[in-house]
Ligand binder design. Structure first.
Ligand SMILES: Cc1cc2nc3c(=O)[nH]c(=O)nc-3n(C[C@H](O)[C@H](O)[C@H](O)COP(=O)(O)OP(=O)(O)OC[C@H]3O[C@@H](n4cnc5c(N)ncnc54)[C@H](O)[C@@H]3O)c2cc1C
Length: 477
């Protein structure tokens, strides 16, 4: 509980309805998209950048942890207030300030929902490519903090490729206004890139200027079914090295397909081991259709047993509904899941998928694999029942094996979810001591008392044996 004088100071900034410390509200802001939960001492709801800055200054003076929060859809424990303190909920800062067709930019507050921005841009014939499957809920501030991706990032890149400017409040209350409606800017260190992907550990993003592209006029989406998963993986590398760059290449394995079919009844055949959803887009419908045909031909060459192309909006929506339903549908198989987010060089996808299969068998677990196969970003989802004794310990061993396999294959711990609490212990394995120590120096520069989203990104346990990196979380938050 916070002392009365601190509550009074915070209420003076955000007003009576901008601060809540009742149990119901603290519970509502205690978790994210993982199974972790930890109660904050209070939740503040600022409405302006100046309020954010004032809150941070007060928190600094009181040595109070602050956890920035968008919609809490993180799959890495990012917004879980593991050290208590304040949750800084940016949901009220949800204004789309401007869509500027002359510079093809959007200026938005951090709490704007990704899907709302997509629709606002489309009304101007423009397009904001980063499209996390959570786009109906997640915020632009959260996307920037995690450098979020999505299916379209194969062709169009991730969030960092679209951030042209930002307003960010530092822990000591200073406000930085960086960049602008500029496509090029080589003025000093690229701080925008530093804040992007920093998972709310360096500053609180309050406003963002984003680059928009012309909305593609034509799209065709192909669904290719493969009898074997490794054939689908080989098709991905084959198509991409064959001179074509689709907007998306999404992979779903049999476990995922079964779960989606059982929950959404989309008519997906049960005999296939894998499905690729490959979307081609462009200016001209004829050339998009031609490229899509070529992709279908190549899929068959790599062993696809069925290829369906949907060029109309309804057919495409049905295929994307299947893909977006994947994560939720897995709940039908086991009540809990740990969604991993590894990246490997794309020629290593078949080997990574093979290793995930071995890891599942070794630990007697069901692991569904889906993800953005075109950019090597796979989401092996470990399915389990938390109530079974010892289940979480087995999941922990399997997750560690998956992360180590990705690193052995030249990959990375995360493609788009960030490290949060879930993968922080593996940071030194991934980057080496020198790189992590430089990052810690940067963190100290912005946040000398480790108050801004503490317990995230950086390892908390010494040594290379990470036993307890997951089981410890459920006990300690
Ligand atoms: C079903 C489902 C599907 C998903 N699919 C994808 C996907 O395809 N691609 C993908 O990239 N992710 C995906 N995610 C993960 C998640 O949606 C993203 O990480 C998203 O970017 C988080 O946004 P949020 O607003 O919910 O942020 P939160 O979960 O609230 O916070 C995430 C992190 O950002 C920090 N943060 C939030 N706002 C700010 C701010 N304004 N300033 C500074 N730091 C801030 C938080 O402290 C935390 O560390 C999925 C999640 C779910 C549940």
């Amino acid at each position: 509980m916070l002392a009365g004088d601190i509550l009074k100071k915070l209420r003076a900034v955000v007003g009576e309805d901008g601060l809540h410390d009742g149990l119901a509200e603290r519970i509502a802001y205690s978790g994210d998209g993982t199974f972790q939960q930890r109660l904050p001492d209070a939740v503040v709801h600022p409405a302006t950048t100046a309020q954010v800055s004032d809150i941070l200054r007060i928190a600094s003076q009181q040595y109070l942890p602050v956890v920035p929060r968008g919609s809490g859809t993180s799959l890495a424990g990012g917004p879980v207030p593991v050290a208590g303190g304040l949750v800084l909920n940016l949901a009220r800062m949800n204004r789309i300030i401007e869509i500027d067709p002359t510079t093809s930019t959007a200026t938005v507050e951090a709490g704007v929902i990704n899907g709302d921005l997509q629709r606002a841009a489309e009304a101007y014939g423009l397009f904001y490519p980063p499209d996390p499957a959570s786009l109906a809920q997640c915020t632009i501030g959260g996307n920037v903090a995690c450098d979020a991706g999505g299916p379209r990032c194969l062709k169009y890149g991730v969030t960092k490729d679209y951030v042209l400017g930002m307003t960010v409040a530092l822990m000591d209350g200073r406000i930085l206004r960086l960049g602008g409606k500029l496509l090029k800017n080589a003025t000093g260190y690229q701080l925008i890139q530093l804040f992007t992907g920093s998972e709310g550990t360096l500053g609180v993003v309050t406003e963002v200027i984003l680059r928009l592209l012309p909305l593609p006029r034509a799209r065709a989406t192909a669904a290719a079914l493969f009898p074997r998963l490794d054939a689908a993986s080989r098709a991905v590398t084959g198509i991409l090295s064959g001179g074509l760059l689709p907007a998306t290449m999404e992979l779903m394995d049999r476990v995922t397909l079964d779960a989606v079919e059982s929950s959404a009844h989309l008519g997906l055949p049960r005999e296939a081991e894998a499905m690729l959803i490959i979307e081609q887009d462009g200016f001209d419908a004829e050339s998009v259709a031609k490229e899509s045909e070529e992709i279908g031909r190549m899929c068959r060459e790599f062993g696809a047993i069925q290829v369906d192309v949907a060029a109309d909006a309804e057919g495409r929506a049905r295929l994307w509904a299947a893909r977006r339903a994947a994560s939720g549908a897995l709940g039908r198989i086991r009540p809990n899941k740990l969604g991993e987010d590894i990246v490997v060089p794309r020629d290593q996808i078949p080997e990574m998928v093979r290793r995930v299969g071995e890891i599942a068998a070794r630990h007697d677990l069901v692991i569904a694999v889906f993800g953005h196969a075109g950019d090597g970003n796979l989401h092996p989802n470990i399915l389990f029942d938390m109530r079974e004794p010892g289940a979480l310990a087995r999941v922990e061993r399997a997750a560690a094996d998956i992360l180590r396999a990705a690193l052995e294959l030249g990959g990375a711990l995360s493609g788009e979810h960030g490290l949060g609490t879930l993968k922080r212990e593996f940071l030194r394995d991934a980057l080496g001591d020198d790189a992590v120590d430089v990052m810690l120096d940067i963190k100290r520069l912005f946040d000398p008392h480790n108050l801004l989203n503490p317990g995230k990104v950086f390892p908390t346990r010494p040594g290379a044996d990470h036993t307890g990196f997951l089981t410890g979380l459920s006990a300690q938050g």
